[in-house]
Design a protein around this ligand. Structure first.
Ligand code: UDP
Ligand code: MG
Length: 325
């Protein structure tokens, strides 16, 4: 399509897990944003808000159904069970792929500045296929959240998983990027690491990150750590290299230890060696377990990839599907 003359159909894709408290606040804001962009003449009036219910245990799906019945700009799909943020987001994007010209993914909680979408769409009209929303500051996050989040990006890039710094999953993707993304079949999904691999012309827009408008975060420290490990092991094999280097280093130390042991034996002080022997045995045992663990993590991932189970199953829709293509 001609970007400047045809107004693109935008789908705003929002994964929702137990968000009944926050949707009544943010859905009107998303709608306002859609209307604003339609009035500006930068998106088509066929644009929609697509809410993805990720197997919520509260009234989220009832709420989504109610909204979409009352409003033609709102649609919803529901996954057959909770599959986690990344899979829920992918489900929404894959659903939108053949219905839209551009998609913008954003969290349900209003933490990411909704009005930045205008700038994202303009960047698309200027030729970008991928527009990353990047947080310019984290003043509103707690010190702990800010510190762990920043360590998260540094750790990821040190381990060879390149991601855009301070960019989460707030981004615009054109439908041609979505179509290419569909051929990345991995079940160990880490979208923000995957999108740069898909390529196409990309740019960043910057915004301030707010506090959650209601409800609670689903990303406590333990889940952040799990996401970091997921990101690294699904994007990079650097940890395996580090493990190998560590193995060489420890072997070298052990070699020195052996020489020391033989010299001590020859000098006749071999009985004194109990404490040092135990230390060495424990040390090597610990390192071996860590290395086995890292290798095990990759074998586990391979196992899941080989099975190639579906990443999500859509059980309900608030509409009847009719592909644009
Ligand atoms: N989410 C989801 N499935 C989950 C957990 C979270 O779809 O299993 C959604 C959630 O509804 C929200 C987004 O992912 O829209 C980000 O979650 P949250 O705001 O809790 O994370 P944080 O912003 O604290 O990192
Ligand atoms: Mg949030």
């Amino acid at each position: 399509m001609d970007r400047k003359n045809d107004k693109p159909i935008l789908y705003i894709v929002v994964p929702c897990y137990n968000e009944e408290k926050v949707l009544p606040i943010t859905v009107p804001l998303f709608k306002k944003q859609i209307f604003e962009m339609i009035d500006l003449g930068i998106i088509s009036s066929d644009s929609k808000l697509l809410l993805v219910n990720d197997g919520s245990k509260d009234g989220t799906w009832d709420l989504i159904s109610k909204y979409s019945n009352a409003d033609s700009y709102i649609q919803g799909i529901s996954l057959s069970r909770n599959r986690g943020h990344q899979n829920a987001l992918l489900a929404g994007l894959m659903e939108a792929k053949s219905l839209c010209d551009i998609s913008i993914s954003i969290d349900a909680d209003g933490q990411d500045d909704i009005s930045t979408m205008t700038e994202m769409v303009k960047a698309y009209l200027d030729g970008a296929d991928v527009v990353y929303g990047v947080r310019s500051s984290r003043k509103k996050d707690s010190f702990f959240k800010r510190f762990t989040a920043e360590s998260f990006y540094k750790f990821l890039s040190a381990m060879g998983a390149d991601v855009v710094y301070n960019h989460a999953d707030y981004r615009l993707l054109s439908s041609r990027v979505l179509k290419e993304l569909a051929s990345y079949k991995e079940v160990n999904l880490f979208l923000r690491g995957l999108i740069p691999l898909v390529g196409f012309k990309s740019t960043c827009v910057y915004y301030e990150r707010h506090e959650r408008m209601g409800g609670e975060s689903h990303y406590p420290f333990s889940k952040m750590l799990a996401l970091a490990i997921e990101g690294i092991t699904s994007l990079s094999t650097k940890p395996l290299k580090y493990v190998l280097r560590l193995g060489f280093f420890v072997s070298f130390l052990s070699f020195l230890g052996i020489i020391w042991a033989i010299i001590s034996f020859l000098l006749g002080n071999s009985i004194d060696g109990w404490a040092s022997t135990i230390c060495v045995v424990c040390f090597i045992g610990g390192i071996q377990l860590v290395c086995l663990g890292v290798i095990g993590e990759y074998i586990g991932k391979t196992y899941l990839e080989v099975k190639a189970r579906p990443r999500f199953i859509i059980s309900d829709r608030t509409y009847v599907i009719s592909d644009k293509d």
